[in-house]
Write a protein that binds this ligand. Structure first.
Ligand code: ZN
Length: 115
């Protein structure tokens, strides 16, 4: 498969996965995702979108689903709290109590989440 087909297949997969996973968390966190953008964010998994837009790197679909969910929750919590403050981690922990495990996986696998 040519690289361009490969990437476009991944982009479709990730949109499908996001549409399925977002409804599990949006009400619990109290945010509304208005749009999903899939891009190449270099070494980042995802980035904070403004105005309800979630930006995802197509590569994040290759992460295990429990890590994928953490990336998603992380971005959704940023819609309420921009910085990595105590309040931010408290909100993440309410949805994913063992989020530190997820952070460890990401650290060990060498990619950064947004800042
Ligand atoms: Zn962040």
């Amino acid at each position: 498969m040519a690289k361009v087909e490969f990437v476009s297949w991944y982009k479709k997969q990730i949109k499908k996965q996001l549409k399925e996973r977002i409804p599990r968390y949006d009400k619990r966190i109290g945010v509304t995702v208005k749009d999903i953008r899939i891009s190449e964010l270099g070494h980042r998994w995802a980035s904070c979108g403004r105005n309800g837009v979630v930006n995802f790197n197509w590569r994040s679909v290759m992460a295990p689903v429990w890590v994928f969910d953490y990336i998603l929750v992380h971005e959704m919590v940023h819609m309420i709290e921009r910085g990595h403050t105590d309040r931010f981690w408290h909100l993440v922990a309410r949805v994913i109590p063992d989020y530190e495990e997820h952070v460890r996986w990401l650290n060990e696998n060498g990619a950064d989440l947004d800042l």
